[in-house]
Design a protein around this ligand. Sequence first.
Ligand SMILES: [Zn+2]
Ligand SMILES: [Zn+2]
Length: 396
Amino acid sequence: MSLLEIVKSLSLKYSNDVVAMRRHLHAHPELSYQEYETAKYVAAQLRSFGIEPQEGIATTGVLAEIKGKNPDKKLVALRGDMDALPITEENNISYKSKNEGIMHACGHDVHTASLLGTAKILNEIKDQFEGTIRFLFQPGEEKNPGGASYMIRDGALENPRPATIIGQHVFPMLPVGKIGFREGMYMASADEIYLKVIGKGGHGAAPDLAIDPIVIASHIIIRLQQIISRNASPKQPTVLTFGNIIGKGATNIIPYEVNIAGTFRAMNEEWRNSALEKIKKMAELIAEGMGGKCEVDISRGYPYLENNPELTRIIKSAAVEYVGEENVEDIDITLGAEDFSYYSQVIPASFYRLGTRNDAKGLSSYVHTPTFNIEEDALKISSRLMAWMALKQLSI
Ligand SMILES: [Zn+2]
Ligand SMILES: [Zn+2]
């Protein structure tokens, strides 16, 4: 039997286990950086497969390694995220969230269960490959500063440094059975921008006695869009959106201050840094020029995600071998963000998408909604495909 056939038969043997693990995790979701029970469950599962994990990395993260023959030959890393979201689940399913107001609405239960399945398969065939596979079960993907940054801080990419890292994410835009890849530029950096525009409140009929922060804020919002239209390269996707503006005056009251909040997205770290500086400077100068003041608070989020082209081609060819050319798709860039990008700043990384949509069963809700769910047939592919991608890389 070829190694590919062995992986396929093992994945058939374990596919019910992956479903059971996913349902357990789905029913017991935990918020970012509070994945204590999830981490315990992951560690216990790994032990039951005969793998001794390292717990407590990044507080609630779990690290494990499977050493094949000649373990020093090459090291590759696989990543899964474990946190859930503050959403109340509306799905009518037997494994519905038991934790009030918390839901696995981004599929991280799928990623964690799949990675456990991958570990189970690879551990059973460790005498049939050369090299080492490291498993990163990370916390806090959904919340700044991103659990990946803590995993890196705590040494998940050291001793020794893996040659590559790959990660997968559920994708309700793709039908189940399909896998999506993108070489190069893939996801955006995401920074939160908070502007406090301070004026001088007063009577709406006497603007001459006041400094109107509403008018100053309006100028700032319009002018900052010119950073996108006049300073950014037209070849670079970038977005500045203000989705929140609060000025608590009234028809006849000019307020003292206005608070604006928004998000800045970019696909290039150099542009990101210079744009953030420009946003700060321009907002401050506009307010000053109009007699007011603007306090700028920028909360830096995840960096830009670059999918290493060579690595992406390798795992894509593994996917073609596994699910067939007709089920492998090239996907478009997105200005969404993912903390997997931190890994891509350190070592060659690639992030790919697992199709989970099934319109016939009404499984088409987008991630981060109370009715998000996946077609579980995707779990028949997710574990074994990642195992095959790891083996493919080790064989090169
Ligand atoms: Zn998410
Ligand atoms: Zn996610």
